[in-house]
Write a protein that binds this ligand. Structure first.
Ligand SMILES: Cc1cc2nc3c(=O)[nH]c(=O)nc-3n(C[C@H](O)[C@H](O)[C@H](O)COP(=O)(O)OP(=O)(O)OC[C@H]3O[C@@H](n4cnc5c(N)ncnc54)[C@H](O)[C@@H]3O)c2cc1C
Length: 456
């Protein structure tokens, strides 16, 4: 590393804010997308304040060095992967909840706060922070914001971006902007908050966020139903979504159910084409009515069994299979977890398309995900040591994205573009919209130092 750069960074950060130990750098090179390319960083910096982030970006601009922001590194698209010669900018030291307003229902947080810590702090005051990526116990709010993370409760409460009132962001040149505010409604100026949400560290570094809190919902009732065909399950999803507001509506296909049963037998119907899991958190009579309506929708669509429980522990047990889905598939071999989204009416076609691809490419693909959002995670399982299997898995990955685009869907619903999906972005956006992305990027980051080679 150039001595000049190290000296400049040392002048603006405390000694424990600079890390050059090769082992630590190695451990921070990658996020959880094992398949995505990662470069070699020059240094890891750990600022403790917005002012220190500003100082790092001024140094990076002066030295024309790329900066890759990083939260917990739990991303699944390679977004936080190092690029060669970069400064890795870890936000984990900025981990304070600055304010929790129980009357206006918002929290002001630093980006390194773990999602679960905000949930816990809100719960202590009888409130709830809704966004719930399955990584809630370890992913940071900064990472959640920069990927616009989804989760199980999105079907009723929206994605991370739907819980954001305002942001503080440090731009590439080290200047600070504030977007949005503390109000639920706010249409003053362009919606810059939304521009930064999901921008994967390519437009600015989020250093503070004002997030919406809600009253805690009543205890939920959980329902599980098995279907003999993809079409039947798809019909149930559409019927449910027509007039109920499930707080969760998840799906697992046969390949996933079989993997779960193999590694943690739960007595699930391994012959069913699809298992659906639904929840109502409406509570009281409305909750009972909502569950009855969802059960009726499943039966009308031809489900072979439906069970439900309003006991919280039993509900969690029923949901355990869904939560274990990815881990079960991981036990079958190397996995490449995809993340795609289609209009919900096209869900059966997506699932059928994935089945066709699995057969044609001779790759095991287990599909599970958020049926109520049309957001699925087809997970390719293969042997990394076998070049032929790797090539077939990669081809299957591409095929799935093409099916998704043909169905009018999106190449990513919640994990982001990162490195993995970058070659596919223009196919979805088209040339003019891609050009506008480049224009925005050039205006906000003229030196191109913020997370280059990601997203765009
Ligand atoms: C077991 C498991 C389950 C998961 N479940 C879900 C799920 O249900 N839903 C879902 O959406 N995702 C899920 N993920 C993916 C991942 O947890 C999310 O993308 C999460 O939001 C990433 O947070 P992080 O703190 O780990 O961010 P990182 O991985 O460190 O970074 C993610 C991206 O955000 C950028 N970034 C990070 N912090 C900032 C900042 N302060 N300012 C600007 N840019 C920043 C990085 O450069 C990178 O591009 C899961 C991952 C795992 C391992």
């Amino acid at each position: 590393m150039s001595a000049d750069l190290l000296q400049a960074l040392a002048a603006v950060l405390p000694p424990d804010g600079l890390v050059t130990d090769p082992d630590v750098l190695e451990a921070h090179r990658h996020d959880q997308a094992g398949w995505a390319m990662a470069g070699t960083p020059r240094i890891l910096v750990r600022p403790g304040s917005t002012a220190e982030v500003q100082a790092v970006l001024r140094v990076a601009s002066a030295h024309r060095v790329p900066v890759v922001a990083r939260g917990a590194g739990s991303g699944l698209s390679g977004g936080a992967n190092a690029v060669d010669g970069c400064i890795l900018l870890s936000l984990t030291r900025m981990n304070r909840i600055l304010e929790l307003d129980t009357q206006s229902l918002f929290a002001v947080v630093q980006p390194g706060v773990v999602n679960g810590s905000l949930k816990a702090a809100a719960a202590e005051r009888g409130l709830w922070y809704a966004p719930d990526p399955a990584s809630w116990e370890f992913s940071t709010l900064g990472g959640n914001l920069a990927t616009n993370a989804g989760g199980l409760c999105c079907v009723k409460y929206g994605v991370t971006g739907d819980s954001v009132l305002g942001l503080e962001v440090v731009l590439a040149d080290g200047s600070v902007v504030r977007t949005g505010g503390r109000t639920v409604k706010n249409v003053a100026g362009y919606d810059l908050t939304r521009l930064f949400i999901g921008s994967e560290g390519t437009l600015g570094i989020i250093t503070e966020a004002t997030l919406r809190l809600r009253p805690r919902p009543p205890r939920a009732t959980t329902l599980v139903a098995a279907f003999p065909s993809l079409v039947a399950a798809g019909a149930a999803v559409l019927d449910i979504m027509k007039d109920t507001r499930p707080s969760l509506l998840e799906l697992m296909d046969r390949a996933t159910v079989r993997a779960v049963e193999k590694h943690r037998p739960m007595g699930l119907d391994a012959d069913a084409a699809v298992l659906l899991m639904a929840r109502s958190d409406a509570g009281g009579e409305q909750g009972v009515a909502e569950c009855a309506r969802m059960a009726a929708a499943c039966e009308a669509a031809g489900s072979t069994f439906v069970i439900q429980s309003s006991d919280e522990a039993e509900g969690e047990l029923l949901m355990g299979a869904r939560r274990f889905a990815f881990s079960a598939l991981e036990k079958e071999g190397t996995t490449l977890l995809d993340d795609v989204c289609v209009p919900i009416a096209r869900l059966p076609e997506l699932l059928a398309g994935v089945e066709r691809i699995a057969e044609a490419r001779r790759v095991l693909i287990g599909t599970f995900g958020h049926a109520g959002d049309g957001n699925m995670h087809p997970t390719l399982v293969f042997n990394r040591e076998d070049p032929d299997e790797v090539a077939r898995a990669q081809a299957a990955f591409d095929d799935i994205l093409q099916v998704v685009l043909d169905l009018g869907g999106s190449i990513t619903g919640e994990h982001g573009v990162g490195v993995l999906k970058r070659p596919f972005l223009e196919r979805q956006l088209g040339s003019e919209t891609t050009k506008l992305h480049h224009t925005l990027k050039a205006a906000m980051d003229p030196l191109g130092i913020l997370n280059p080679g990601k997203l765009l």
